[in-house]
Design a protein around this ligand. Structure first.
Ligand SMILES: Cc1ncc(COP(=O)(O)O)c(C=O)c1O
Length: 374
């Protein structure tokens, strides 16, 4: 399997994880980012303004739609609570996954990859398919059968070859892994270049807060590309002396599928096999996140926690946002429900940042269920 293509100026740290009987070897990139704040602020408002902090060598091979620098809006949640919400549903493919896709496809372009394989619950597949189209890379996306129709149509529109796999999201991942043996595995949850893109969420939050970090970030968590990206991004800024504290990471899962939250609250460092139920939050319906131990460790290191939210709480948070004019994916509403739960246990006020991770038009089937239920 062709995974990375090692470059002389980058050193990769090999880790071995047993993942349902298959020995994966997730790589991590050891790379020292640089930040010149004056240069950054003089550049266009997109995530490539942090150019020296993203490990892609050649500018000529960047695959970009000028994505990023999404607005950070203040939104009232009840009488005494205002939170800051990054509008990540506004990316060109409708979810924050474009952050990872622009960096990963730029890396593939640099390696001369002409064919990729990916597995997804929908949004990462849509993002990779769009960027692969721009990069002229042939693209096979493996998906669980219950993937939202809108996401399937979106991927097909970009020209991706859709492979529907009967069974769970995990079955789709295993099928993709097998198929990738002869091509390139562009997995958002496995390939570390994806997280080199999602980390820019943390950079943008701090820049939008005048290079200060918030007290906490509340993030939906499935495979943890956002949690791990944020952890990396905030740590890089702290190591560069730009921010003085790392915010707590509050990771939110659906009660119906919460292997990370269960492991965390049972004091375990690794996820156990769980019996999952279907959830409106399809983007985070991951029974066995491949980087489970790293995700749990990241949350622990920030003194954060995991929160599980019920289907009723997701529905009610979704309706609350819709009534304010935001049309978001139910997965994104899980994070809002998580904020409501998180603040109940707070002793003093915090500056809380969260996000709308995906656009509502991606998940009309689930939204229809919410509107029928209420
Ligand atoms: C809309 C949305 N929000 C959040 C997530 C969670 O991301 P991660 O799997 O990286 O934890 C996803 C993942 O697909 C998603 O589609």
């Amino acid at each position: 399997m062709h995974l990375l293509g090692l470059k002389s100026n980058q050193i990769y740290n090999l880790l071995t994880t047993d993942w349902h009987g298959i020995n994966f070897e997730p790589f991590e990139i050891i790379f020292k980012p640089a930040f010149d704040l004056a240069k950054i602020s003089s550049r266009p408002c997109n995530l490539w303004r942090y150019r020296e902090a993203i490990p892609i060598e050649k500018n000529a091979e960047l695959i970009t739609f000028n994505e990023g620098f999404t607005p950070l809006l203040s939104i009232g949640l009840g009488a005494n609570l205002t939170i800051l919400v990054k509008q990540e549903q506004l990316f060109s493919t409708g979810s924050y996954k474009d952050r990872g896709a622009t960096v990963l496809t730029s890396h593939m372009k640099q390696l001369g990859i002409s064919h990729l394989v990916q597995d997804s619950s929908g949004n990462a597949g849509a993002a990779i398919a769009a960027y692969a189209a721009k990069a002229n890379i042939k693209c096979d996306i493996f998906l669980p059968e219950e993937t939202s129709q809108a996401k399937l149509i979106q991927m097909a529109a970009y020209g991706a070859n859709i492979v529907k796999i009967p069974g769970t999201r995990q079955d789709a991942a295993l099928a993709a892994f097998e198929a990738a043996k002869n091509t390139y595995y562009a997995s958002h949850s496995f390939n570390p270049f994806f997280i080199q893109g999602t980390k820019t969420f943390a950079y943008e939050v701090c820049e939008q807060l005048h290079w200060k970090s918030p007290d906490s970030v509340v993030l939906p968590a499935g495979n943890g590309t956002l949690v791990l990206g944020c952890f990396l991004g905030f740590n890089e800024l702290a190591q560069a002396g730009i921010i003085s504290k790392i915010p707590k990471i509050i990771a939110v899962q659906a009660k119906n599928c919460n292997p990370l939250a269960q492991a965390f609250h049972n004091g375990l460092k690794e996820v156990q096999k769980i019996e999952a139920q279907p959830t409106l939050a399809e983007g985070i319906a991951i029974t066995h996140p491949i980087k489970g131990p790293q995700i749990i460790e990241a949350v622990l290191k920030t003194k954060g926690t995991f929160i599980s939210v019920s289907e009723a709480e997701i529905s009610s948070a979704w309706l609350q946002m819709a009534q304010k004019g935001f049309f978001i994916e139910p997965t994104s509403a899980a994070a809002i429900a998580g904020v409501t739960e998180y603040v109940k246990g707070l002793e003093k006020e915090e500056k809380i940042v969260t996000l709308f991770s995906g656009h509502g038009l991606k998940s009309l089937d689930k939204i229809e269920k919410i509107l029928k239920v209420i």
